[in-house]
Ligand binder design. Sequence first.
Ligand code: FAD
Length: 396
Amino acid sequence: MRDFFLAEEDRSFRAEVRAFMSRELAPKVDAIERDQDFGAQLAIIGALGETGYLKLMFPDLYRGALPKPGLTHAVIVSEEAAFLNYAFETTVATALSCAYPIHRFAQEALRERYLMPILEGQSLGSICMTEPTVGSDSAGMETRIRFDEGTSEWVVSGLKRYVSNASKADVYIVWGVTDPYVPPQKGLTAVLIPAGVKGMSFPRLYDFMGRRGSIVGEVAMDEVRVPEENLLGEVNCGFNIMLCAFNFERVILGGSGLGVARAAFEIASQHAQARVSFGQKLGQKQLIWDMIAQMSWKIDAAELLTHRAAKMYDSGIDGKDLMREASQAKLVATETAVFCADRTVQILGGDGVTRQYGKAEQLYRDARTLPIVGGTSEMCKYLIAARELPSIRLNL
Ligand SMILES: Cc1cc2nc3c(=O)[nH]c(=O)nc-3n(C[C@H](O)[C@H](O)[C@H](O)COP(=O)(O)OP(=O)(O)OC[C@H]3O[C@@H](n4cnc5c(N)ncnc54)[C@H](O)[C@@H]3O)c2cc1C
């Protein structure tokens, strides 16, 4: 049975979201992929905001009919969006990943000002961790954040790279070092920087093989000043905020991987049942149904792990207690997306690598970023193993 962990209300929610995506997103996927039309994405995000779906993970904010909104529903939104267009899904998922620390760690005034516009689809958010010298080793970042006692402001200097929604976002959550004389786990701080402040610039936007239409770039900060209340949580507690943000992002990435994997699988299974080769349907060949069977169980495994992690989060489990499950969901779902996209291209033969014959080649390009973003597969394996081997210290 698919959707094993989902309740009846989750399933009817999925039907609602699927209808929304086929009405609003499906007609625009070509403009997003081919013309990199960001305006089209913003229009859909605005419509999505009106439905209330973006408030789903924040039960205290959601005024809709659903009794139990949570990360499960956010995963469903991601899965249904990624099924049609992964680039669009990343724009939304990044905004949600920015909304999460604001909701959980910002002071009330900051939440009022910056959270609601994101959840109403009127504003975009961005999270800035990665730097030229550190990606996986995010605790080793070099961006500096200091407090100016004279003006009561946080002053931020540094360069972040590979930042999704860079230059398009209205709000940036930036991590930096506040105390360089302690281990990074005790010396990082996160602050909120609104777009348009003096000293912030976007020196470079990247051109990726996949996710065409999503915007990813560098964010440079030269003595950027923000008020004292723009601090998230406590000073020097940014590492814990990062761990929670990663859990949240990784479970959502489970939904992204599932959406891409399902889209590929649908193309492969249709082709295997339609195409005739050597007098038989392709799907009747053992080498082909082996690939179909592998895709099928991998997708189910990814779905079970992703929905389990989302349900755990919804029941109040987070931080270190969710790290293993969030990492498993992200690892399996994103590797499944790559596997399914690759085998789909193979099953389609020439049609799989041709832009004129459907979406297989796009899915192949799109899927490849999934095991890299939000913590690579190797980092996910490390986190899983570290939880499974508590009595020894794993070398990174
Ligand atoms: C499209 C895209 C969007 C992104 N969006 C954002 C964003 O919005 N915000 C943000 O902050 N970042 C973002 N990133 C950055 C992303 O999180 C990093 O690329 C990722 O964490 C890997 O870091 P890196 O690229 O520096 O690779 P590295 O950390 O240099 O790793 C390179 C390779 O070495 C492996 N490796 C590293 N250390 C070890 C080890 N100890 N043991 C074994 N293997 C290891 C890694 O798994 C990887 O395979 C984005 C990246 C991309 C491509």
